[in-house]
Design a protein around this ligand. Structure first.
Ligand code: FPP
Length: 243
């Protein structure tokens, strides 16, 4: 995006991305699916850094859903290995102060994830907590319905302890008990790879999101594609139910 363009638009504060199409990308090239995930992880790094360059406040990357455990164990293991490699790399970049002000956090259930990944995530969440250039939400072991259930249980126990009055609960109470508590809802949700569904991504938060779909497979997604999605988004008229 040119400086001119950047100056003339109002950037979305929060962009959510459903990283899809790795398997098909690999198949098209006669490669194993895991090669597609490797290429997808490279794209993730590029798009993440570019988002920080542009000045996006929050980016959420859907990397592994609560349903993805149904994949063959070999594929799940390969994806977990990629997460671990990225988290190790982010840890050393963070130690060298090279994470460029990126705050990293998991949205999803830590329970069920491999111990080494949870350890790395906990440490990174802590060490990057005060970074304020951009927040990156890694949606791993994430499901939108699971997240709402999580909030429902948390609110239930607050009602039980008398901390909140059930008759006075508001939508904001639900938002404040999601993994994304305190963050703006996604203005723009991007799904490449030719699928037109949300697949349990940000179920609550996406009520007024704008969607951008494309046939591009995630490993082929470029910073120019992100620009196109953002510029398309900027041309839309968001009415939030008004006129
Ligand atoms: C969906 O493509 C992709 C996944 C379930 C895994 C996403 C993982 C990565 C992009 C790599 C690791 C990321 C990080 C954060 C380091 P698919 O396999 O469903 O593709 P298909 O629909 O073409 O089969």
């Amino acid at each position: 995006m040119t400086e001119e363009q950047l100056k003339s638009i109002q950037l979305p504060k929060h962009i959510g991305i459903i990283m899809d199409g790795n398997g098909r990308w690999a198949k098209q090239r006669g490669l194993e699916r895991t090669e597609g995930h490797k290429a997808g992880a490279k794209t993730f790094r590029r798009i993440c850094d570019y988002g920080a360059d542009l000045g996006i406040e929050v980016m959420t990357f859907y990397a592994f859903s609560t349903e993805n455990w149904r994949r063959p164990p070999k594929e799940v293991a390969a994806i977990m290995k990629l997460f671990k490699e990225y988290l190790e790399e982010a840890t050393s970049r963070e130690n060298e102060n090279e994470m460029r002000g990126i705050r990293l956090q998991l949205i999803g259930e830590k329970k069920g994830l491999p111990d080494d990944i949870v350890k790395l995530l906990n440490a990174l969440e802590k060490s990057s907590a005060d970074k304020d250039v951009m927040t990156v939400n890694l949606a791993i072991n994430y499901g939108g319905r699971d997240e709402i259930l999580h909030a429902f249980k948390a609110l239930g126990s607050k009602v039980k302890s008398g901390e909140i009055n059930p008759d006075k609960q508001t939508e904001d109470d639900i938002s404040a008990n999601l993994f994304t508590a305190g963050q703006p809802d996604p203005d723009l949700i991007i799904r490449p790879s030719g699928e037109y569904r949300l697949s349990n991504f940000m179920t609550w938060q996406s009520a007024y999101s704008e969607f951008w779909f494309s046939d591009i497979l995630w490993p082929d997604f470029t910073t120019d594609d992100l620009d196109t999605a953002i510029l398309d988004y900027c041309r839309r008229n968001r009415r939030f139910g008004g006129v």
